[in-house]
Write a protein that binds this ligand. Structure first.
Ligand code: MN
Length: 446
């Protein structure tokens, strides 16, 4: 872990890609997030790019154009690893390669760079691009790191025992399903499954009636660890390539019936959506903040605690949820913000998630995804899921156009956005992750 800032973070830096200087833009030259893209509607191969302003720098095209010809060997190696349809090979290289490439890109994209003319031909407007899931995700683990979410949902599922006794000791997680993870723009059918109506003793089968989103941060593993070799807390972030936005769609009625004793299953495995851009931990360095644990709470066991964690283990990332219904879309109305939260509320840090995940010897691999769990803040309006915002559906939201929502309806689009901003640092953003609910498919045999 390190808060060390370098020339790539300097707030005064400007890019010759003038849109990078747009006020409130997500992708100034201090950000430089990685993703996988191609020309929209084409049959081209997906390839690695870096967002700059409203453009994408095509790394492979820049290599072919000779833009990296005079760069050091580490940069050459990093760029070669980017010659792929996923970020996995580049992510597997580690910080010793990620950081030099970031520095090289920062210098190449700066005002006055000699390579400007060559690189201008390697840009594609983001408006003309489509994206793929940025990495081949082998394993996906979903955590539960917001104590506010855990308490709010716990009250609804178990009024007598909202917060399980292990919660304040163990970063709780479960192994999720990577095959159904899609990129922003994903549309999926409302899932079918078993639910137990409130007064019934026999379950029903049908479409979920309590479909929800979960506002999460996705953590992409860069270099892995060998089977049997735990990753210590203070080196945990060396294994993390970067963060993205993550929507862990959840069918609450399926979940309530199935989750005991082994946790979520069909209620979570039908779709999850990631944002196309991965913001590196290095880009987030200006936004580190102290990780704290209230004095009256149990303090972490030694393998989950360190002075470095306490000093800078948390990240100040503003998170927002927007909803656009079919009626809003038809009337040309933009998505409406329905809640906002911040990643610094997380009860467990990124490093604690990695250290705990591996402490028994579990090996993480490049491209593995950790979900942070729903990031709810302490206030009701900071809830990261509808089940909390509407108190289990009992207090529906009223939208600006008069529509009401307890849970998601067909053709609803949910959008998450996130950004970091403070005095003395460049504002950087994550772009967005959007997903749309389609009507349930009629089940075979019904
Ligand atoms: Mn989740």
């Amino acid at each position: 872990m390190s808060t060390v800032l370098n020339e790539t973070h300097a707030p005064a830096l400007q890019s010759w890609v003038t849109s990078a200087q747009a006020v409130g833009g997500d992708f100034p030259i201090q950000n430089l997030p990685f993703g996988v893209f191609r020309r929209a509607g084409s049959q081209e191969s997906f390839r690695v790019g870096v967002a700059i302003g409203d453009q994408i720098l095509d790394i492979g095209a820049a290599l072919c154009a000779g833009a990296f010809a005079v760069q050091p060997a580490m940069v050459q190696e990093a760029v070669k690893a980017c010659d792929s349809t996923t970020l996995n090979a580049f992510m597997a290289l580690g910080m010793a390669y990620w950081s030099p490439l970031r520095l090289a890109l920062s210098r190449l994209l700066r005002v006055g760079a000699a390579e400007q003319t060559v690189l201008q031909a390697c840009l594609l407007p983001q408006a003309q691009a489509e994206y793929a899931v940025p990495a081949q995700i082998g394993d996906y683990t979903d955590f539960y790191t917001s104590i506010h979410h855990a308490t709010n949902v716990g009250k609804l599922f178990r009024p007598d025992n909202p917060l399980p006794p292990n919660y304040q000791w163990v970063p709780i997680g479960y192994h999720g399903r990577s095959s159904s993870i899609g990129v922003s723009g994903q549309a999926f059918h409302r899932p079918l499954g078993q639910t137990l109506p409130p007064t019934a003793s026999i379950p029903e089968f049908g479409p979920s009636a309590r479909l929800d989103y979960e506002l999460e941060v996705g953590i992409l593993i860069g270099c892995g660890n060998a089977l049997g070799e735990a990753v210590a807390l203070d080196s945990a972030e060396n294994h993390v390539f970067g963060l993205c936005l993550f929507n862990d769609w959840s069918a609450r009625d399926l979940q309530a019936w199935e989750y005991q004793p082994l946790g979520p299953f069909l209620s979570k495995n039908f779709a999850s959506t990631v944002s196309p851009w991965v913001v590196t931990l290095e880009a987030l360095a200006p936004y580190r903040c102290a990780w704290t644990r209230p004095a009256e709470h149990p303090q972490p066991l030694p393998y989950l605690d360190s002075p470095t964690l306490r000093a800078e283990g948390a990240l100040d990332i503003e998170l927002e949820v927007y909803l656009q219904t079919a009626a809003m879309r038809a009337q040309g109305q933009a998505a409406q913000r329905i809640s906002r939260s911040n990643f610094h509320h997380a009860y467990w840090s990124v490093s604690q998630m990695v250290a705990h995940h591996t402490v028994g010897g579990c090996n993480l691999r490049p491209g593995d995804l950790l979900g942070s769990g729903t990031q709810s803040g302490p206030l009701r309006e900071e809830a990261g899921a509808l089940i909390e915002l509407t108190v289990g559906g009992t207090q529906p939201l009223t939208l600006a156009n008069g529509e009401k929502r307890s849970f998601l309806e067909d053709h609803d689009t949910v959008v998450f956005r996130a950004y970091c901003a403070k005095r003395g640092a460049a504002r950087i953003g994550f772009g967005e992750v959007a997903g749309t609910v389609l009507p349930a498919r009629v089940a075979a045999g019904t």
